[in-house]
Every structure is written in structure tokens, then in C-alpha cells.
Design a protein around this ligand. Structure first.
Ligand SMILES: Cc1cc2nc3c(=O)[nH]c(=O)nc-3n(C[C@H](O)[C@H](O)[C@H](O)COP(=O)(O)OP(=O)(O)OC[C@H]3O[C@@H](n4cnc5c(N)ncnc54)[C@H](O)[C@@H]3O)c2cc1C
Length: 479
């Protein structure tokens, strides 16, 4: 058995774990990360990068088709093989040498293998070669093990060998017929991507399309999917699944209706990677999401084993926000908090403090790369009302903005600003339309900065850009 001691031991070298380690090493502590698969995690190989690579070429083609002059130059449809090849390169061909070299250059030790908490401040690493290494942490153990696709308990589903987001993101070929269970972000993006690549797609959206977004977002994406030939079955629920000897998947809906496909993608949510990481050794429940306090220290468990509050959980595994950028934000806060505590410096744990992931609560930006794109930050009108905020909702037709009309002929879209009427600040913002992703950050700044509406009038959008929608929304709101 090998042993080693570091200031900080991180279990999981996804985007979040890597960032925690980098943050503490930059400030003079030592750190090791433990990784059982590929350094870079889900995001690099099976999530953000490959899925956005699958979607990008069709978006560019679509944009060209909306512009006279460019449209005439488009003489063919999407080249699926070229799209898959570009996706391969954005997934680094599922090899992590680049990220491993980066870890080395950053001075972070890497242990390949499965990490488990063995006892307080101790992580046991079972390496593929059968060796076990015992890593001791002087200051902190950080769980950054992420999440995996959730497979619902539908009779026959597992035996039918469905795709999860992993198989969809890394698909070697485009199935002729693809059925998708789910209507959330992953389901909507993959339905968009595979329809563009040539699959005949059926979406079983029991709870609707993008049910957590503003309702107009889901409606516009549903319309557009249907226009692209996707069969969107709202309210449809899979009752049972069977793959026959020929390879065809038969899905029987609870309504009795039948759907047939060559592949079935299940995209109904995530489950935490905490089954086998030794949580029971510190009085926590294996398989559960980890609850954290404001500086991302794990709460609950055995007070004796967790004395000194040495256990942290960041990224997907704490369920606060399952997005890379938000996990990395947590990583920066947690890295700095660990360093501050190690050096005996004050911890700024109040709202918006350096060591607190305050934006997780109400300022989470997210882009859904469907057609149209859905870019949102903060609270939807419904969520703001549920939170007891007195709101006023201001909507504007994006197609009526000069910059949008110039951007593409027949531009269609919508913007919504949700205003907290007591504080006169924006608390939610949603844009739906082609190429709105890059517009989102202005809204994130306005919400995080709690910029008063009176001051926003002085933030003048350039003419003729789509950002002029800000001016239009303020005009509708009135001064
Ligand atoms: C299809 C899809 C598309 C997405 N697109 C986006 C997007 O466009 N933008 C965005 O912001 N987010 C996106 N996300 C979410 C994003 O992928 C996650 O939020 C992000 O990967 C979380 O990072 P993480 O480091 O917490 O976990 P992960 O990326 O899951 O990394 C955890 C790492 O821990 C390792 N690990 C787990 N258990 C152990 C163990 N016991 N020992 C050793 N290692 C272990 C895993 O192998 C993995 O490498 C998408 C997700 C999906 C599924």
C-alpha cells in the first residue's frame, strides 16, 4: 500500500474538481485529484463540448439560409460525417493527455483510480493496477464526483439498452429513427441535433418541453422542432420498452400508443455519483446528493467524524446547479475558503462574499442551444412569484428590433424582463431567438449587480444590435 499527504484531496477531476485543485495550488497549498475515468469529466467528453459541437454546424447553416446572398451559396444539406468528426475533435477523441499535461504544469498530483473516503480526512484510491493508495488531507477533502444519467423505472428499459446522454453525445452513427424520453435541456438539444443530422425523431415530453423555462420558450422550441419534422408528443409517458431481435425498440406509452425507433435516448434527469465513495464511513448516506452550507461544506453526517468541517462538495454532486460554469464558480469560492481557513484568515461567508456561491441562488445563466436558442438568467416570472417577489413582467418581440431584422430575414424571437417592483431591479431575463446566447451576459451583470432600472437607462445598447431590446424593454416599462 502506498501513502501520501496533501493539503487538499479532491475526488473527481471533472471541470469542477480540477478548478478547486488549481485554485488552492495557486495560493500555495498542495493538492491531489483522484480520477477514475478521464481527466476533464463529463463536460469535456460526453456533455457540454460534444453536444454543442453536434449543434453548431446546423446553426451556421440555418443562419446562412436566412440571408439572401448567403442562402444561394448553400447548395447541400448538413454533412453528418463532417459534423461527427468535428465533434470527435472537440471531445479530444476521448483522450485526456492534454488535460493531464495541464494538471502537471499546474503542479497538481493525479491519482488514477476510484476514490473513497476511508476515514476522517483520508481517501483510499483503488487503482486499475490493483494497488491502493491512501491519501491523507491536512485541510480538506473535496467531493467533486459529478452526476450520471438517471434511468427511470420503466419495465424493459434497461434490457433495451437505451442511450443516455453519453451515447448520444458520442454517437458513432446517426440512427434512422431516434426516440427521446424527456423534454428538458438535454432532450431538446439532442432532438434538435439528431433531427438536423437526418434522424427521424420522436420526443416523449411528459412534462412539456423545457418545463423550467418561461412558457414561451418551450412553446417556440416545440413549434420549431415540429417544423423540423420532429414528432413532439406532449404529455406522453413511456409505459414499457422492448427491443426486438432485429434491434428495433418498441415503446408502449401509458396511453397505449406505440412508438418505434432504432435508438432510444433517455434524458430525464441526473443522479449523484455518490454510491461508492465511502459516505457511510462519515455517517452520510451512500447514493444521496450532498447538502452543503454557504461555503460548500457538507452538512449532516457524523459530527465526530466530520469534526473540523474538512469535507466539502462542489459541482453537480451538491445539486445546487448542474452546470459547468456554476460548478467552476463554486470551485473558486471553495478553493479560496479552504486556503483562507488553512492560513487562519477571515472567511467572507456572507451573501456575495468571496467565499460564498451566492449567485447559485438567483443569478444562474443558462443557454439551451436549440433552434431557437433559449438564453435565460435569474428567476422566471413564475419562480419570482413563488418566491414572494412583487413583479412586473415586460415582454418584447425580438423580431421588431432593428438589429434582429438585420441579423436574419424573418427573425423571430421574444424577450422577457422580470422586474422586482419593490426594489426596481431586474430579477429575471429570458431571450428566445436565433443567436441570442452571446447576449445573455449583459442580463447576468444587471441581475448580479442589482443595477437599478433608473441606471439601466444609461446603459445604451449599440445600434443596430439585437441588444437594443434592452432599450425597448425599458421603454415599455416606462420611466
Ligand atoms: C448532455 C449534457 C450536456 C451538457 N451541456 C452543458 C453545457 O452546455 N453547459 C454547461 O454549463 N453544462 C452542461 N452540462 C452539465 C455539465 O456537464 C455538468 O454540470 C458538469 O460536467 C459538472 O461538473 P463536475 O465536475 O461537477 O462533474 P463531472 O463533470 O461529472 O466530473 C466528475 C468526475 O468525477 C469522476 N469520479 C466520479 N466518482 C469518482 C470516484 N469515486 N473516484 C474518482 N473519480 C470519480 C468522474 O469520472 C468524473 O470525471 C451538460 C450535461 C449533459 C449531461
Amino acid at each position: 500500500m502506498r501513502t501520501a499527504t496533501y493539503d487538499v484531496v479532491v475526488i473527481g477531476a471533472g471541470p469542477v474538481g480540477e478548478n478547486v485543485a488549481d485554485r488552492v495550488v495557486r495560493q500555495g497549498l498542495t493538492a491531489a485529484v483522484v480520477e477514475r475515468e478521464l481527466v476533464g469529466g463529463e463536460c469535456s467528453y460526453w456533455a457540454c463540448m460534444p453536444t454543442k459541437a453536434l449543434l453548431r454546424s446546423e446553426a451556421a447553416l440555418r443562419a446562412a439560409r436566412h440571408l439572401p446572398g448567403a442562402r444561394e451559396a448553400v447548395t447541400r444539406g448538413l454533412d453528418a460525417a463532417a459534423v461527427l468528426a468535428r465533434r470527435d475533435s472537440f471531445s479530444s477523441h476521448w483522450e485526456d493527455d492534454g488535460q493531464v499535461s495541464w494538471l502537471q504544469s499546474a503542479g497538481i498530483a493525479l491519482y488514477r483510480g476510484h476514490g473513497r473516503i476511508g476515514s476522517p480526512r483520508v481517501v483510499e484510491v483503488s487503482a486499475p493496477d490493483g494497488w491502493t493508495t491512501t491519501l491523507s488531507a491536512r485541510h480538506a477533502v473535496v467531493v467533486a464526483t459529478g452526476s450520471s444519467a438517471l434511468l427511470p423505472d420503466v419495465p424493459g428499459l434497461l434490457q433495451a439498452k437505451p442511450w443516455t446522454s453519453r451515447e448520444a453525445a458520442a454517437a458513432r452513427a446517426v440512427p434512422e429513427r431516434l426516440a427521446v424520453i424527456g423534454g428538458g435541456v438535454v432532450a431538446s438539444e439532442m432532438a434538435t441535433a439528431f433531427a438536423a443530422l437526418g434522424s427521424s425523431v420522436t420526443v416523449l415530453a411528459r412534462d412539456g418541453v423545457l418545463p423550467l423555462a418561461e412558457p414561451f420558450a418551450g412553446q417556440r422550441v416545440t413549434e420549431s422542432l415540429r417544423k423540423a419534422g420532429v414528432q413532439v408528443l406532449l404529455g406522453a409517458e413511456a409505459g414499457s420498452v422492448k427491443r426486438d431481435g432485429e434491434g428495433t425498440v418498441h415503446i408502449t406509452l401509458t396511453s397505449g400508443e406505440q412508438v418505434e425507433a432504432d435508438e432510444l435516448l433517455v434524458a430525464v434527469g441526473r443522479t449523484p455519483n455518490t454510491q461508492d465513495i465511502g459516505l457511510d464511513s462519515v455517517g452520510l448516506t451512500a447514493g444521496s446528493w450532498l447538502t452543503v452550507d454557504d461555503t460548500l461544506r457538507v452538512v449532516g453526517g457524523d459530527p465526530e467524524a466530520l469534526a473540523g468541517r474538512w469535507l466539502y462538495a462542489v459541482g453537480d454532486v451538491n445539486r445546487r446547479v448542474l452546470l459547468t460554469h456554476q460548478g467552476k464558480y463554486q470551485a473558486r469560492a471553495v478553493g479560496d475558503a479552504i486556503v483562507a481557513r488553512a492560513k487562519g484568515e477571515p472567511v467572507e461567508d456572507g451573501p456575495w462574499g468571496r467565499h460564498t456561491a451566492t449567485a447559485d441562488e438567483r443569478v444562474v445563466p443558462q443557454v439551451v442551444f436549440t433552434e431557437p436558442e433559449v438564453a435565460s438568467v435569474g428567476l422566471t416570472a413564475a419562480a419570482a412569484e413563488a418566491a414572494g417577489i412583487t413583479i412586473r413582467v415586460v415582454d418584447y418581440d425580438l423580431g421588431a428590433v432593428a438589429g434582429a431584422a438585420l441579423h436574419a430575414d424573418g427573425y423571430q424571437g421574444q424577450a422577457r424582463m422580470v422586474v422586482d417592483e419593490d426594489r426596481k431591479v431586474v430579477v429575471g431575463f429570458t431571450l428566445v431567438g436565433p443567436d441570442v446566447a452571446e447576449l445573455l451576459h449583459a442580463a447576468t451583470v444587471a441581475i448580479a449587480g442589482e443595477v437599478p432600472l433608473d441606471r439601466l437607462w444609461h446603459a445604451v445598447p449599440a445600434f443596430p444590435t439585437i441588444s437594443e431590446v434592452w432599450l425597448r424593454l425599458l421603454e415599455v416599462y416606462g420611466r
